[in-house]
Design a protein around this ligand. Structure first.
Ligand code: ZN
Length: 260
């Protein structure tokens, strides 16, 4: 499930490449790889720590699960342009009231995270950094490829370049099967991935716990401690490509989860 976008109109050096990685929950499995020599992303460097995270102090010293956060071929998935623009798609095929409730729940999760990273809701999907849809994620095949498994949510990122700067955008699919409190919990969890926590906690009291729980927790101090550590890591995202970057025709890499 990778995606390549290549514009033949562009100069060979101005390549436009996209690759899609997906994550929902559980252990990450690399299903396909591409030759690392095919891409030369900008050298990973630090961005300024956003003020919201710089100010964050955990007086309880709750710890974190940074060791569970995966780095990628472009480094950590940190945003460097704020506020991060979030688009929530208006659900279709449901009553107005259901649609309103759903948007409200997802907006709540956006609001909660915006305490720690500047986020803003936008009305146009084409300018969004993160797009959230009420849509069933594709079925996940088990390892024997016999029993398809439903996933309650799926978060995917795509890389692209703009003025030679390497950037990313996310799409979050939240299954229509999720209702009530689970909508905000799933949105909270997946937004955590989209903001850079590309991994899972092993504690049920964290929003990024790998499985859904009966009484979903809000964003924990450990979630924020982990997010802060992610934003103190170098990344290729947000930096200008080297002039000798090669056009990449076969970038296709997929991370998949084991689902809830
Ligand atoms: Zn997850």
């Amino acid at each position: 499930m990778g995606k390549i976008t290549l514009n033949p109109m562009l100069n060979i050096k101005k390549f436009l490449t996209a690759l899609v990685l997906t994550i929902s929950t559980g252990l990450l499995i690399i299903l396909a790889n591409f030759p690392s020599s095919a891409v030369s992303p900008p050298t990973p460097k630090l961005h300024y720590l956003p003020a919201t995270l710089a100010q964050w102090k955990d007086s309880q010293n709750s710890g974190d699960y940074f060791s569970q956060v995966a780095t990628t071929e472009v480094g950590y998935l940190v945003w460097s342009k704020f506020p991060v623009q979030v688009y929530i798609e208006q659900p279709i095929n449901v009553s107005n009231q259901q649609a309103e409730t759903w948007v409200k729940s997802v907006s709540q999760a956006v609001q909660e995270w915006s305490m720690y990273l500047p986020l803003t809701l936008v009305k146009k999907p084409e300018i969004a950094d993160i797009q959230i849809e009420r849509k069933a994620p594709p079925l996940q095949l088990s390892s024997d490829k016999k029993i398809p498994r439903a996933r309650s949510a799926l978060t995917t990122y795509q890389l692209y370049t703009e003025n030679k700067v390497l950037l990313h955008r996310f799409t979050i699919l939240l299954s229509p099967s999720q209702t009530g409190n689970y909508v905000v919990a799933a949105a909270r969890h997946e937004l955590g991935h989209a903001l850079g926590i590309w991994g899972h906690s092993t504690l049920q009291t964290d929003a990024l716990y790998f499985s859904q729980v009966r009484n979903p927790p809000t964003i924990s101090a450990r979630d924020v401690n982990t997010l802060k550590r992610v934003y103190q890591q170098p990344t290729s995202l947000g930096w200008t490509l080297k002039d000798n970057s090669k056009m990449n025709l076969s970038t296709d890499r997929l991370f998949k989860s084991k689902g809830y």
